[in-house]
Design a protein around this ligand. Structure first.
Ligand SMILES: [Zn+2]
Length: 262
C-alpha cells in the first residue's frame, strides 16, 4: 500500500476527472493521499474532497498559503486557514515555504508567511509542508531560526526534495521528513538518487506533486496523478537496494505517523 503525501487534487487538471483518477490510484494500491492546498480557496476545495472521499482511497487535506501566492493572501484568508486547520480530515499545514525562482512575491512577505505557518504548527501540532526553490541556504537559515524560536524540533516535510545531501542531513537534524517526487526518477538525477539512498528509514516519504512532475517512464505526460507514485517508489527502492514492498511499508508508516492517521 502506498501513501502519496502531496497531490493537488483541487487543481482543475485533476478535478475534472477526479473519480477516474482516484480509481486509478486505488488500482495501483495508492490508498492514502494528502490533498495539498496552496491558497485559502484551494485549501477549502481540498477539504471538501477529503471530507467526501473518506476511503478507497482515504483522502486527507492540508491547508496553507504557497510562497508564490503569499502576497495575495489577505488577513481574512489567513483567518480562514486558521479555522480550517481545526476541521475534520485536515492533517497538515501548507504548502508553504520560500521561492526565489519566481518573483511573484517579495521575500519579506514570503518569510512572514512561512513564520505564521510555524506559529500555527506549534499551536496545533500539525506538520508543515515546505516548498523550497532556488534558495536552499536561505531556507535552512529560516528553518533553523524557527526551531530556535520555539526551542523545539520542527514537525514537517521538505517536499519534492531536490537539494544536496548535506541539506537533507541538516533538515533531518532539525526534525523534518524528506519527500521525493518524480524528479528522482529522471535519467540525469543520479545525485538525487544518492540523496534518497541516505535518508534515515523513519524520515523518508514519497509523493507525486500531481498534476506536476510526472515520473519516468511517463515523464512529460500531463496530468500526473497519484497512481504514478509507484514509479517513484520503485526508483527509490532500487537506489536503496531494498524491495518495493519495503519502501511501500516504511513510507506509508512514516506518513501515517506524521499525519496521525490510521
Ligand atoms: Zn505542490
Amino acid at each position: 500500500m502506498f501513501f502519496d503525501t502531496h497531490a493537488h487534487l483541487a487543481d482543475e487538471a485533476i478535478q475534472l476527472n477526479l473519480e477516474e483518477i482516484l480509481k486509478l490510484a486505488v488500482n495501483a494500491r495508492v490508498e492514502r493521499i494528502l490533498c495539498v492546498g496552496t491558497t485559502a480557496s484551494s485549501s477549502r476545495m481540498g477539504i471538501e474532497i477529503a471530507q467526501t472521499v473518506r476511503f478507497s482511497p482515504h483522502v486527507y487535506a492540508s491547508v496553507g498559503v504557497h510562497p508564490n501566492y503569499a502576497h495575495q493572501a489577505s488577513d481574512e484568508d489567513w483567518k480562514k486557514i486558521r479555522s480550517m486547520a481545526q476541521e475534520d480530515r485536515v492533517v497538515a499545514l501548507g504548502e508553504t515555504g520560500l521561492d526565489k525562482h519566481w518573483d511573484d512575491c517579495d521575500w519579506d512577505t514570503q518569510v512572514a508567511n512561512l513564520e505564521r505557518h510555524w506559529d500555527l504548527s506549534f499551536e496545533t501540532g500539525l506538520p508543515v509542508i515546505l516548498h523550497s526553490r532556488d534558495c536552499e541556504m536561505e531556507m535552512l537559515e529560516e528553518l533553523e531560526k524557527a526551531s530556535a524560536r520555539f526551542d523545539k524540533p520542527l514537525h514537517g516535510i521538505m517536499h519534492s526534495f531536490v537539494g544536496a545531501a548535506s541539506t537533507a542531513e541538516r533538515c533531518i537534524k532539525l526534525g523534518l521528513h524528506v519527500s521525493f517526487a518524480g524528479m528522482v526518477t529522471y535519467k540525469k538525477a543520479d545525485d538525487l538518487r544518492a540523496v534518497a539512498a541516505i535518508i534515515p528509514e523513519d524520515r523518508l516519504l514519497i509523493e507525486t506533486d500531481s498534476p506536476y512532475l510526472t515520473p519516468e517512464p511517463h515523464r512529460g505526460r500531463r496530468p500526473n496523478t497519484p497512481a504514478n507514485v509507484i514509479h517513484t517508489a520503485e526508483c527509490i527502492a532500487k537506489a536503496r537496494g531494498c524491495s518495493l514492498s519495503e519502501i511501500a511499508k516504511l513510507t506509508t508508516a512514516n506518513a501515517c505517523r506524521l499525519f496521525s492517521v490510521p
